[in-house]
Design a protein around this ligand. Sequence first.
Ligand code: ADP
Ligand code: ZN
Ligand code: ZN
Length: 735
Amino acid sequence: MSPQALILHVAVPTPLRRVFDYRAPEGVPAAALKPGMRLRVPYGHGQAVGVLLDSGTVSSRPVEQLKPALELLDEAPLFTPGLLRVLHFAADYYHHPIGEVAELMLPAALRAGAPALLKQTARWQASAAGLAADLEALARKAPKQAAALSLMRRHGTGVDEGLLRAEELAGPPLKALVGKGLVEPAGAERVETGPLVRETPPALSGEQAAAVAAVRTGTGFRSFLLEGITGSGKTEVYLQLVADCVAAGRQALILVPEIGLTPQTVQRFEARFSCELVVLHSGLSDGERLAAWLKARSGQARIVLGTRSALFTPLPQPGLVIVDEEHDLSYKQQDGLRYSARDLALVRARSEGLPIVLGSATPALESLHQAQGGRHGHLRLTERAGEAKPPRVGLIDVRKLALDEGLSAPLLAKIREHLDGEGQVLLFLNRRGFSPVLLCHGCGWVAECRRCDARYTLHQEPRHLHCHHCDSQRGVPARCPDCGEAALMPLGLGTERLEERLRKHFPDTGLVRIDRDSTRRKGSLAEQLEGIHSGRYRLLVGTQMLAKGHHFPDVTLVALPDMDSALFSSDFRAAERLAQLVTQVAGRAGRAARAGEVVLQTHQPEHPLLHQLLRGGYAEFARSALGEREAARLPPFRHLALLRAEAMKAEEAMGFLAEVKQAARELAGDTVQVLGPAPAPMERRAGRYRAQLLLEACERRPLHALLDGLMPWLETSKSARKVRWSLDVDPQEMM
Ligand code: ADP
Ligand code: ZN
Ligand code: ZN
């Protein structure tokens, strides 16, 4: 073999932090091999699907030892040059194996080696009559037909029958639609392809117009923080920017939080645009996800709306990136590659030369700090759109008041007042289940998970004990296992219990509870939301699933019956999270013509955080919180990385981290502070003991230099083999 043979540098999905070299597959010319294509390669005793990063003539290995790759899987790269840069950045910044990063950026079907081709089966499109039909009327009579028609209306070029089948919409619903003439085979002559913008947008307010104009100005990469109070019309700003973008022949990428991707959000985009829109979220099957991804990659889909990992969707003509509710914790992946989709979206926008808008009513302190430092243009919407006015916020001091399972008489009176005034009432409680504790009145025994340092939550529907940390479940004992008395009593308030109580007080009022338990069945959330919008439900009880992103025009009262448990937390971000949550929940009140009111029940009416929020809203809270962070030398004024370890024995996890600390000291001297090791706040979880080591520095550079030095040490260390360890750069949760 000639020493000049072509050598392929391939990212192979393995935990090893290196790139693997191969020779070209038999019979494949060098010109056919482009970075970003997948290759099937021999790996270990088997095979793997890797991604070609680049090629050259040098290898760290003797060339004659290199094996040829087995097969070239793609005709065109799956990664655009911009996404390849994101791949390299993420692997470097998060110190994560590049093969695993590349794997994560692809839909599961492509990771497994499936061809990157849309399977063409029969395709269907809405006919002219189907485009004009009244979807809501149809939805009342035949929801499946309406769902199928809605799907076709948003895919101007037709929908694959396979996709309809996956959604259980093929068969009778499809037949009925064809029978009614609302649907026809795709490709048929259709008069209306329509303008890009379907409904007429409202005239923008001065602040909205200024925000849109600021983003329009300029070319190439530019970033903005759009700080707009809830209901100020941020989404309208996005819609108009997206309209610009698609009208210019480019594609728009819109990221939304896991919980923010409600049918309502999707409908707002569908109602506005007649071009093809794909939605990417964790509820899709592999086939659906692949189909949506391929449509984005081919350029057929002009708008991509999705949660965290939609960030990695390749777009041949990218024009705009939007990150809605940019402060939301669901943008941070909490396992494997612990990336922040907001931060990587900025990297991607820079890499592809795009404008990016980070929007929120309650921006992350990190983002505010960046905007204040001039890294993002800071756009503000300070008034509610249309006629809506900001809600009045008040405290109910429940000290010494009698509580009926957490509800005070003044709160019950308020609820009645708003129901009598034809308003809807939303009660927010971030704890699902019936009660967080089951206690023996006879001896004080508490039901605790055997595998975690945590208590079981009592659930009534169906009745059982559930650990919310490791998911273990067991029956409810009839008697106390310790003293044998039948005196077990639930302690504390969960959503099920709040629901039960409210039904007793308001037996004739429609009530809906929205949390992870009540929405488990596919389609149930959509049904429940529909019932809220139609007014069938007037009392709404829920967790954060109900708190974020929704627009309920008839909600006039928002109540937070239990503020107290949230005021005590050891995490330095707890105050920020709570301020965001309260502001977001409060933002559900009075979003239309009717005035809104928010009431908080607390035993801590003098708590400074509550006072700041009440007096100056989130903006004032954020200003003082940033001051505190600076004084306490915490992010965003310091940079953190958290090394976590878990093992069957507590000493193993702690011992391993002590060794890491020693190695870190030798590598970094005192440019990086190493704190710990310490047991995690909840030390035992799912039967394993967890510990952590915190690395912090004033500058990113020495921190990352240290991590670069530590990785090879970690990979070869003997004690690392006894534990499971992971690295979290810019950790968002200290647990
Ligand atoms: P946000 O995303 O900031 O919470 P939305 O974009 O959802 O706010 O706007 C809140 C409500 O106000 C929506 O019903 C929206 O249609 C309406 N709205 C937004 N902008 C305008 C405007 N310029 N004129 C009239 N109504 C508007
Ligand atoms: Zn007992
Ligand atoms: Zn548990």
